[in-house]
Design a protein around this ligand. Structure first.
Ligand SMILES: C[S@@+](CC[C@H](N)C(=O)[O-])C[C@H]1O[C@@H](n2cnc3c(N)ncnc32)[C@H](O)[C@@H]1O
Length: 290
């Protein structure tokens, strides 16, 4: 949220408390987003741009428009406007170190035993997170692409998933990538971009997925990254989500969340904290429904 987004109370388009509540109710029901009253100026600032873009004169009319079946695209614009896609390569590097040091040995054993390996980046934004996972894995398992090793990368926002698929970024973003990885797995795209190599890209399957909906895959996963996503959800939604993730993890698999998030509720019986924002799936405790 920028200062200019919240600094002004002048509103070109009327935005009543009832309008805010209606938007907040919709965001909660459809996307699990938790918009506290304090977010009202931010919501106005971001959504008034959508109203102008669509030439809609009032919030009640915008809400009506969102209800129309053919307005799926606008509902996605809404979620883009209400969330942030901020991400970076090797964000919270200690998570990737832990994946390498604490899970890769077990992954190598599983590969030897002919088992499949699955890692999930849930809420992958523009792809830097799954590409960082792929580099971490390929560095230690050079033949990963020929083994049954796959990284699933999902996000609710189709536009951001499309951008992630391209694997192309401003050169300045490459500073977050360890120099040896940068040299090995990216190439320059003149004048000032870099592109992630096909070998890295081949490990990842990108897909659109709203975490609030059914998950059309089985798992189990050797690691799940769901970082800086649940921060938008209310506590009840978060706790349901933690339990669903716990259910999808293999025994001893790792679970990573964002720096300001914590696992609470029933999932704590299945996820043992191994750091402030990292957890290990414990044995085969009670099952939780999706
Ligand atoms: C701040 S980014 C986090 C990116 C990455 N995980 C990281 O930590 O760098 C949050 C992402 O969560 C996605 N998101 C928000 N609500 C979601 C939902 N209900 N289902 C799936 N993805 C969601 C947003 O589209 C956005 O790309």
């Amino acid at each position: 949220m920028t200062h200019s987004e919240v600094g002004s109370t002048h509103r070109e388009i009327p935005f009543s408390d009832a309008d805010f509540r209606a938007i907040a109710d919709l965001a909660l029901a459809e996307f699990g987003l938790n918009l506290a009253e304090s977010k009202k100026p931010l919501v106005y600032s971001r959504l008034s741009k959508r109203l102008k873009a669509r030439h809609v004169p009032s919030f009640p009319l915008y809400l009506e428009l969102l209800e129309r079946k053919e307005e799926n695209e606008e509902r996605l614009e809404l979620i883009s406007a209400l969330t942030t896609n901020v991400t970076s390569f090797f964000r919270e590097k200690h998570h990737f170190d832990m994946l390498r040091d604490e899970r890769v040995p077990a992954i190598l054993e599983k590969i030897k035993a002919g088992q499949r390996i699955r890692i999930w980046s849930a809420g992958c934004s523009s792809g830097q997170e799954p590409y960082s996972i792929a580099m971490t894995i390929l560095d230690k398992i050079p033949d990963a692409a020929r083994q049954n090793v796959k990284i699933l990368a999902t996000d609710i926002d189709p536009k951001i998933v499309e951008r992630a698929r391209t694997g192309q970024y401003p050169e300045t973003e490459g500073t977050g990538i360890p120099p040896a990885f940068l040299q090995k797995w990216t190439k320059k795209v003149p004048p000032n971009e870099i592109r992630v190599s096909d070998e890295i890209r081949s490990l990842i399957t990108f897909a659109e997925l709203n975490l609030m909906s059914e998950w059309p895959f089985q798992g189990p996963f050797d690691a799940i990254f769901c970082r800086n996503v649940a921060i938008y959800f209310n506590q009840e939604t978060q706790q349901r989500l933690w339990s669903r993730f716990a259910e999808k993890l293999a025994p001893d698999a790792l679970f990573f969340i964002g720096h300001s998030e914590r696992v609470t509720g029933p999932a704590t019986q299945q996820l043992a904290a191994t750091g402030i924002t990292s957890y290990r799936k414990t044995g085969s405790a009670g099952r939780h429904a999706q």
